[in-house]
Write a protein that binds this ligand. Sequence first.
Ligand code: PLP
Length: 363
Amino acid sequence: MDHIAITKAPSTRIHEVDWKNLGFGVYFSDHIFVADYRDGAWEDLRIIPYGPMSVEPSMCTIHYGQSIFEGLKAFRTKSGGVNIFRPYKNAKRLNYSAEMLCIPAFDETLLVAAIQQLVALDQEWIPRERGHSLYIRPVVFGTDNFLGVRASQGYRLIVMTSPVASYYAEGINPVRILVDTTHVRAVRGGLGSAKTAANYAASIHAGKTAKEAGFAQVLFLDGVSREIVEEVGTMNIMFLIDGELITPALSQGSILAGVTRDSALALVRSWGITVTERPLSIDEVVAAHTAGTLQEVFGTGTAAVISPVGELVYNGESMPIHGGTIGPLAQRLYDTITGIQFGELEDPYEWNVHVQLESGVVA
Ligand SMILES: Cc1ncc(COP(=O)(O)O)c(C=O)c1O
């Protein structure tokens, strides 16, 4: 493996953490992994203390958004080990996003090894409470200082980590979702399938408007016909209609290929339930609701794992789902995925990657 130079922080900031109120993305662990791309190669691989970074006002990414990122988690198991959930999937998706944004690829095995090393070094930052975890955020951005729209020649990759609370500190509360008929997030041929800053910038106005109206998030429709269901701001979406689990197909190229989506579909298929990935219109969802066959709706994503939808509002019409409570399939998925992540259930697909802790114990 390429050598990673380690400079340890002179002291830890861990005493600043309010473990009872972790929230999400508020605290950042002592160290980060950094690599720089210069003259056609990734070099200077290092783990250094987390801290301010100086950039020039002309740094291209601030102006033109040539940046990509990932989100995954590490979990502390009851036996004292540490699991990282499906990091190779995230590494692969990072390189997919990189290709979309003309950013050079980073070796996937090396990235996972660097993440393992970083998590091992900051292992005290992995929360001990069941449900809480260490969120891992790789990000890559252009570093050239210039004004003009072209691909940067230099890049920086950073991996930072952040202890986060379970999304559901007080039990799983189904969310209210607004079907957005005003804003679109992405279009076919655009960047929707990449995890890039632009997509999140495109969703901010919609999210803010929805929150002000009392909704947790919006469900985006496709950018052309405004009829086909796409995804929620930071989650993929699934519908249980008459015993069949239906989720938007990835083939349209405008939604993110979620790791939780993939995990949920694999599990549901293994339980003998029919899974269909296809374009699904909002009219079909409304018709299923009217016919009484819309059994469950839930989002899937790293942050919440499974987020049941208790109500969908489309064109001012409310569609309550499963009486505003979590349905059995969403509950089973949540219990199974978190059970695997926390090492309480068998991991039949070998999704967990273990972290070699400094003590020499293999988690
Ligand atoms: C736009 C979008 N869709 C879907 C997801 C779910 O993806 P994953 O399950 O890999 O977290 C996310 C979160 O990463 C997202 O930001």
